[in-house]
Design a binder for this molecule. Sequence first.
Ligand SMILES: Cc1ncc(COP(=O)(O)O)c(C=O)c1O
Length: 359
Amino acid sequence: MAFRAAIRKSTLLRGFTSRAVDGFPGAVGNTPLILLKGLSEKTGSKIYGKAEFQNPGGSVKDRAALGVIEDAEASGRLKPGGTVVEDTAGNTGIGLAHVCRAKGYRCVIYMPNTQSQEKIDLLRMLGADVRPVPAVAYEHPANYNHQARDYAATLANAVWTDQFDNTANARAHYASTGPEIWAQREGAVDGFVCATGTGGTLAGVGRYLKEASDGRAQVWLADPPGSVLYSYIESGGKLKERRGVGSITEGIGQGRITDNLGTFVDAVDGALHIADTKSVAMVYDLLDTEGLYLGASSALNVVAAYELALKLGPGKSIVTILCDGAYRYQSRLFSKTWLREKGLEDAIPEHLKKYAVLD
Ligand SMILES: Cc1ncc(COP(=O)(O)O)c(C=O)c1O
């Protein structure tokens, strides 16, 4: 209990507090927990979204980025003036780039050269050395993951932060996101559900909530089409089949059990497969009913929280993660042409189509 009290105390000095915090790293975490009124009324349970889009770099991945860097510092692998190397096309790179500027490290990001110019430009604006490399399979030595690892190994005072298999990622959520949710609900959490990319969020939050609730809180995994995790969990760890082909969601879905997910996967209570039609409709619904402008992985999480609430029955408290805002995806999610191309136009109810304002 002393350990939990210490974690709780440390989280109160970060993120959104009534006191000043220390730089960008100090502003990470302690995000609001938002009651989603519409879905709560519909289900007779309380559904909450953890507002991770309010982190200073704009996503849940600020926590993982800070966690892997602080871990490298604590172990002596990263010293002042050092270099941080990662393979990422998404939010982790943004979080790392911010933290590196704030702490004076060089940041090198490898990504497949199929990524959008906006993503490359954003990371460069944040001071990262971006290296787009040919998009080849993981088995190929020139794959961007291997190039990042190999480049870091050539430098003195450099770390490959390895977000998928470096369990400092899940530990960051165990030490911050989990205790925050528990404190914000004063222990009233019956269910937690979220999708996974690295698995850091689900594993870290899930483990904390299981321990804090003496096993009472149910922890479920939400999976987009094209991922193997739904079939892995529903078959008790035997099958590893992709369910569906690909998804419009970004940052989530997996083809393997990463080391981060591996720290908790055996304790997951169940999995939900969420179709893109439902996720996209929820992007629009959250905007219309809650005034929340969120990306598709957040919307998928909210659909999963709604479905978990229906499974567990009324009178429960269900928590999920609002990973990032729609700003990074708006040219697709709110474009009539893109929706038509993806066959998602009819997923949006007639009364919400007015939000698709881009051609
Ligand atoms: C938008 C978004 N949602 C969800 C996730 C998944 O989080 P985790 O890697 O902790 O599983 C990510 C990860 O990159 C992400 O970018």
